[in-house]
Ligand binder design. Structure first.
Ligand code: UDX
Ligand code: UDX
Length: 467
């Protein structure tokens, strides 16, 4: 079966870039991305392609090439569903904030709504593809809704989890390590799998397209994220030991990473991992394990989150301790707010929690991030709910110049690993700060020796503090 028309529900960080790349690589397939959020769709359609709502290196070029040709962004969900042979569901699946499973389970409210809408609108057979990360066995829920509320059409459900990382989304989509497609192992199911394989096979070598049953695919996505996060928590746990033993965590990472069985990636000690996926997916894994009574399995994975929360807290405490145990009234400048470099995404960013902790200690925090808006920063803090929005506005200042943000500060804290931070004139920053001037490097990116030569006291994750 050759697919000619695809629709994707959800024009977010995953749906937008994924569909843009499919449209680029398959000019003969009509790709329509729909979203309930009108402002978001308007931004995707902005004539000035630099204004699209997701910042990813290379993405605006891909959108500029395909948009209007075979890539469309729209709020008319019904029409797009009706026209498409294959429908991707890429809506958000946040951690539940209420009821059973609160704080751990995924909220599948939006997924269910999508399924009901597809069932209602579909006038022909459709292949429905789960793109959002979902708990294992969600496909059976989807199938149930589609079959029981539909107009008698046939639906095949595939799981095709996304492995792109933000900041490198376009690169990851153009040359993925692998594409994973799970589906029913029936004749119809295998046909549906084949249809999606043929879409990716336009640019991904066949041996990199893995097919499995639908449950393996769903669980593999959660597992992949849990393993990646676990590596970060593992190295972060050792970073504290390094700070006490004069071992240097960067050297330890390099030393163990050259063992080909361990490998060098995801061994960078940091202030803690963030992003929309790691925490959510592990909490989900924990919840599912517990729901089957597998408490040891659940506890094992939960520890990855506990360590990550501890690391964020530990970083703020490091700042407080080194500023003579009080930051009350002291200005602390943040370089970076995004959860990693090359993205404007701030979901679960460590910076939010570090700021919150310091604000609780009555510090004056000022923030510069090259891509995150002032409005986003306040909304992240307000969402935590520790203080009234007016109070957040009073104690945290967003500044759009990196030198200005550091002026008069007691300390600079590096929260995101943006490359540009390394190229600044650090002598100039030092000259304008209060003394002793401290740098707290939460990302291990700065040249410690160069900073010490200027006169800074340097405190990096995983090396002993300067006195
Ligand atoms: C995705 C996946 O959905 C999530 O499971 C994965 O773990 C992370 O990536 P992402 O694209 O990052 O989420 O989310 P977001 O940027 O919030 O985009 C989701 C979009 O879906 C939003 O624009 C929202 O308006 C839209 N949406 C949501 C709908 O169009 N309809 C709905 O019913 C719900
Ligand atoms: C992750 C997965 O990598 C991706 O496959 C999946 O589709 C979505 O979730 P993402 O969250 O976009 O991607 O970014 P990732 O590069 O994995 O980084 C996650 C967090 O871990 C970031 O905060 C990053 O700074 C942190 N990290 C990563 C470290 O602290 N140290 C590392 O060595 C690597």
């Amino acid at each position: 079966m050759k697919i000619q028309s695809i629709c994707c529900i959800g024009a977010g960080y995953v749906g937008g870039p994924t569909m843009a790349v499919i449209a680029k690589k398959c000019p003969d397939i009509k790709v329509t991305v729909v979203d309930l959020n009108e402002a978001r769709i308007a931004a995707w359609n902005d004539e000035d392609v630099s204004k699209i709502p997701v910042y990813e290196p290379g993405l605006s070029d891909v959108v500029a090439e395909a948009r209007g040709r075979n890539l469309f962004f729209s709020t008319d969900v019904d029409k797009a569903i009706d026209e498409a042979e294959m429908i991707f569901i890429s809506v958000n699946t946040p951690t539940k904030t209420y009821g059973e499973g609160k704080g751990q389970a995924a909220d599948l409210k939006w997924i269910e709504l999508c399924a009901r809408q597809i069932a209602r609108v579909a006038k022909g057979d459709k292949i429905v593809v789960e793109k959002s990360t979902l708990p294992v066995r969600t496909a059976s829920t989807l199938k149930d809704i589609l079959e029981n509320t539909g107009n008698g059409m046939n639906f095949q459900i595939l799981s095709n989890p996304e492995f792109l990382a933000e900041g490198t989304a376009v690169e990851d989509l153009m040359a993925p390590d692998r594409v994973l497609i799970g589906g029913d192992q029936t004749e119809e199911g295998l046909k549906a799998i084949d249809a999606l394989v043929n879409v990716y096979a336009r640019w991904v070598p066949k041996e990199r397209i893995l097919t499995t049953n639908v449950w393996s695919s769903e669980l593999s996505k959660l597992t992949a994220n849990a393993f990646l996060a676990q590596r970060v928590s593992s190295i972060n746990s050792l970073s504290e030991l390094c700070e006490h033993t004069e071992a240097d965590v960067n050297e330890v990472s390099r030393a163990i990473g050259t063992d080909s069985r361990i490998g060098p990636k995801f061994l960078k000690a940091s202030v803690g991992f963030g992003g929309s996926c790691f925490q959510k997916d592990i909490l989900n894994l924990v919840y599912i394990s517990r729901s089957y009574g597998l408490n040891e399995v659940a506890d094992y994975w939960e520890q990855v989150i506990i360590m990550n929360d501890y690391q964020k807290k530990r970083f703020s405490n490091k700042i407080i301790k080194n500023l003579y145990n009080t930051v009350s009234g002291k200005k602390i400048a943040f370089l970076g707010w995004a959860f990693k470099k090359d993205t404007n995404d701030t979901r679960e960013s460590a910076a939010i929690y570090v700021a919150d902790h310091l604000l609780n200690e009555q510090s004056k925090v000022s923030v510069y991030d090259p891509k995150v808006t002032e409005q986003q920063i306040y909304s992240d803090l307000d969402y935590l709910g520790s203080r009234a929005p007016e109070e957040n506005k009073d104690s945290l200042l967003v500044v759009d110049d990196p030198y200005e943000v550091c002026k008069g500060a007691h300390a600079v804290a590096v929260l995101t690993e943006w490359d540009e931070f390394k190229t600044y004139d650090w002598q100039k920053i030092y000259d304008n700060m209060l003394k002793p001037a401290h740098v707290f490097d939460g990302r291990n990116i700065m040249d410690k020796k160069a900073l010490r030569d200027i006169g800074f006291k340097v405190h990096a994750i995983g090396t002993a503090d300067d006195n």
